[in-house]
Design a protein around this ligand. Structure first.
Ligand SMILES: Nc1ncnc2c1ncn2[C@@H]1O[C@H](COP(=O)(O)OP(=O)(O)OP(=O)(O)O)[C@@H](O)[C@H]1O
Length: 306
């Protein structure tokens, strides 16, 4: 389990992480989600003691990371830009890590297989693609057979097969009872991997929820209606609490009424309908709604937001 309480990190007058609290429980995949610059990497670095918090605490299985006797066996970490000697082979890189942490050679061979690196294990890491480098980073994170696995943007650079592999691997690790936490700035990727979501923006917690709850909360966008008589239907549907907007020549978007009621009104007045569909907010839209005030760079504005 990872427990973050009141975690804050300031760099000069810039607050990268702002009084952040959340829990990543064992046996589940927790997705750590937020736009670029939200403070995800800084939080993860503080969890493993690579950065000192300005205030607050981060506990891994009840203790600060540094107080664990064999941290590699406690927490497996993949952070961005992991330094690997480019002239070394993947096998030798893992062996060096294993040797310094008392991990047997057998385990190195195991993680090479798990990461699908068998065919390239003796090639120079310097010649690895981004995706192979990510696989090597994940192999290194798993080396100590840790109870907690924390990965920063693990699918970065992976092809669709690699993305699926990471997803299945992480779900499998959680099913074994391990704590799995991964960061991403893409909701679409999290929706398929994570059980729980910790959403941050500008260093602050925006939501701590489950994927299912987020879908439920933001379920309805409205009812999409296509009709040959949009103006007439519009006036028939008009009522307090009902909003009807035109979305095309014969198209309306209705909120405040369900498909059944709209269908009844249309039938009573013999207005022909060609389409009557409840539209849900996509998870991606739900995420955008949550984080829209917290994005550092908007695509329409290249200046840094204040
Ligand atoms: N060493 C540092 N010195 C000064 N500012 C920093 C430092 N590290 C991070 N920051 C700032 O803190 C904020 C959070 O950065 P962080 O890298 O943690 O975000 P992130 O959510 O991981 O983003 P990304 O998805 O882009 O990696 C950013 O505004 C960043 O510029």
């Amino acid at each position: 389990m990872i427990e973050v309480r009141g975690l804050t990190k300031r760099y000069g007058d810039r607050t990268a992480v702002d009084d952040l609290s959340f829990t990543a429980p064992a046996g589940q995949v927790t997705g750590f989600l937020g736009p670029n610059g939200a403070g995800k990497s800084t939080t993860m670095r503080m969890i493993v003691g690579l950065d000192a918090p300005t205030s607050g605490t981060a506990l891994v299985n009840g203790k600060p990371y540094a107080q664990h006797r064999a941290p590699l066996q406690e927490v497996g970490v993949l952070l961005e830009a992991k330094a690997v000697h480019p002239g070394r082979s993947a096998f030798n890189h893992l062996m060096a890590l294993a040797y310094t942490h008392g991990v047997p050679k057998r385990r190195v061979e195991e993680v090479i297989d798990v990461a699908g690196l068998h065919d390239v294990a003796h090639k120079r890491v310097g010649a690895f693609s981004l995706g192979m480098g990510q696989r090597l980073g994940i192999a290194a994170a798993l080396l100590g057979d840790p109870a907690v696995v924390m990965l920063d943007e693990p699918v970065n650079g992976l092809d669709p097969e690699g993305v699926r592999w990471v997803r299945e691997l992480l779900r499998g690790l959680a099913a074994e009872g391990r704590t799995v936490m991964l960061s991403s700035h893409l909701m679409s990727e999290m929706a398929q991997t994570a059980d729980r979501l910790v959403v941050v923006g500008r260093g602050r917690l925006l939501a701590e929820t489950t994927v299912d709850a987020l879908v439920e909360q933001s379920e309805e966008k409205g009812v999409r209606v296509a009709t040959g008589e949009p103006a007439r239907l519009r006036s028939l549907l008009a009522a307090p609490g009902v909003t009807v907007t035109s979305t095309g020549a014969e198209r309306l978007m209705v909120s405040g009424l369900d498909t059944r009621r709209i269908g009844q009104v249309a039938a009573e007045h013999q207005v022909p309908l060609y389409e009557l569909v409840t539209e849900s907010v996509s998870l991606e839209e739900a995420f955008m709604n949550l984080t829209q005030d917290a994005v550092e760079y908007h695509s329409s504005d290249t200046r840094r937001a204040a």
